[in-house]
Design a binder for this molecule. Structure first.
Ligand code: PLP
Length: 352
C-alpha cells in the first residue's frame, strides 16, 4: 500500500521525482520544505499574497531565516516581474529560496508558477523554488516537473478529498542536493531517513495507516475513475458557475484578474457596512451550512465559497441557494437570480 500511494502521488504532482508523506497537517509539510533545504540566517523571498503566505513567512522568520517579503493588496497573485528585478539585484546569490502559494485559500487568487520559474531562469538565479499547493493540487492544473519546482507542499484535506492528517513534499533532485548541506535543525521532518524507508514502501516511523487506505482510494478515483483533466474541468465549471452567481447578485469577486481566478474557491466581497461573520452566522443557523470566514486583514469583509474536492453540480446548487437565501435574511443589498444564473450555466455545460 505504501508503494502504491507513493507512486500514485507522483502522477498527481506530475513528477518523476520523489514525493514524501508525513502524518501531519499542511503546516508540517511547510516546515519540512524549509528545514530540509535551508540553513540558519539564509535569505528567502516570499510573496505575501494572502493570509497563508503570511503565515508561511512568519514560520520562516521563526526558523531564523531572513525573510524578504514582496507585499501587495492580496487581490493579485505573485508578480513575476518584481521577482525578476529582485533576483537580478542579488548578484551574490544570497537569496536561497523563493516561496510562493499557488492558490491563496484566503483570497481565491491563483499565482502563475510557470511565470515565476521563467523569471528565475531569466535572472539566471540559482534559488530554490518552494510552492504551496495545499488548496490547488488535484483541483487545478499543477506541474511539479514541468514548472521546475523544487519543493511542492500539499495536504490531504482539500483536492485529495481526505480528512486532514497527511501532508506531502514533492522534491526535485536539486532540493535533495540542497538537503545534504542544509543546517537547520530537523529530526521528524528529515527527508533522508524517509526516502530510505520509502524505497521499500515503508516509513521511518508509524505512518497514519488509516489515512493511507483513504489516500489509495482517493488516488484511484482521481487518476483512474474520473481522470485528472476531468477533475480540473469540473472545478473550472463550478468556479465559473459561482462567479456567475456572484455577478448576478451584484456582488464583487475579491480576485481582480480573471486569469488568476481560483477554481477551488471564490472569495466574495461584501458591500461596506455589512459583516461577513453575521452573514455566515445566519446561513449556519438557518441552513446548517458553514462558509469560509474572512481571514486576517479580510476578517469582516469577505466570505468564501469552497467548491473543491468531492463536489458536484447539485452540491454547488445547494451551496449557492444557501448563500442567496442568507443574503436576503441578512439584508445585504443584492439582486435575485444568482442561483438561476449558475443553473443556466451548469445546464448549458451539461450538454457538452
Ligand atoms: N497553506 C494553505 C494555502 C492553506 O489553505 C492551509 C490551510 O488551509 C495551510 C497552508 C495550512 O495547512 P494546515 O491547516 O493543514 O496545517
Amino acid at each position: 500500500m505504501g508503494t502504491a500511494c507513493l507512486q500514485g502521488l507522483k502522477t498527481i504532482f506530475k513528477t518523476t521525482s520523489d514525493v514524501l508523506i508525513y502524518p501531519a497537517s499542511g503546516t508540517g509539510a511547510w516546515e519540512a520544505a524549509l528545514v530540509n533545504t535551508l540553513s540558519p540566517g539564509d535569505r528567502v523571498v516570499i510573496f505575501e499574497s494572502g493570509q497563508f503566505a503570511s503565515l508561511w513567512s512568519k514560520m520562516a522568520k521563526g526558523l531564523t531565516l531572513k525573510v524578504d517579503a514582496i507585499t501587495g493588496d492580496w487581490r493579485r497573485g505573485a508578480d513575476a516581474d518584481k521577482l525578476r528585478a529582485k533576483l537580478e539585484e542579488d548578484r551574490q546569490h544570497e537569496i536561497k529560496a523563493v516561496m510562493v502559494v499557488h492558490n491563496e485559500t484566503s483570497t481565491g487568487v491563483k499565482s502563475d508558477i510557470a511565470a515565476i520559474r521563467k523569471a528565475m531562469d531569466a535572472a539566471k538565479h540559482p534559488a530554490l523554488l518552494l510552492v504551496d499547493t495545499i488548496s490547488s493540487l488535484a483541483s487545478m492544473d499543477y506541474r511539479h516537473d514541468g514548472w521546475g519546482v523544487d519543493v511542492t507542499v500539499c495536504g490531504s484535506q482539500k483536492g485529495l478529498m481526505l480528512p486532514p492528517g497527511l501532508s506531502f513534499n514533492a522534491i526535485s533532485g536539486k532540493a535533495v542536493a540542497a538537503s545534504k548541506s542544509s543546517l537547520l535543525p530537523k529530526s521528524y521532518w528529515r527527508w533522508e531517513e524517509m526516502l530510505e524507508a520509502n524505497r521499500k514502501g515503508f516509513f521511518p516511523y508509524t505512518p497514519a495507516t488509516n489515512m493511507l487506505f483513504g489516500l489509495r482510494e482517493a488516488l484511484k478515483i482521481l487518476i483512474e475513475e474520473e481522470g485528472l483533466d476531468n477533475v480540473f474541468r469540473r472545478h473550472d465549471r463550478h468556479a465559473e458557475a459561482t462567479r456567475r452567481a456572484v455577478s448576478a447578485w451584484g456582488l464583487e469577486v475579491f480576485a481582480q484578474c480573471p486569469e488568476q481566478f481560483s477554481s477551488s474557491l471564490t472569495a466574495v466581497l461584501l458591500p461596506g457596512g455589512f459583516d461577513e461573520a453575521e452573514l455566515r452566522a445566519i446561513i449556519l443557523r438557518h441552513f446548517n451550512m458553514s462558509l469560509g470566514a474572512g481571514l486576517g486583514q479580510l476578517a469582516g469583509k469577505v466570505f468564501r465559497i469552497g467548491h473543491l474536492g468531492h463536489f458536484n453540480d447539485l452540491m454547488l446548487a445547494g451551496t449557492l441557494s444557501g448563500v442567496e437565501m442568507g443574503l436576503e435574511l441578512a439584508g445585504v443589498p443584492h439582486r435575485k437570480g444568482g442561483v438561476a444564473a449558475a443553473l443556466d450555466y451548469l445546464t448549458e455545460r451539461a450538454r457538452d
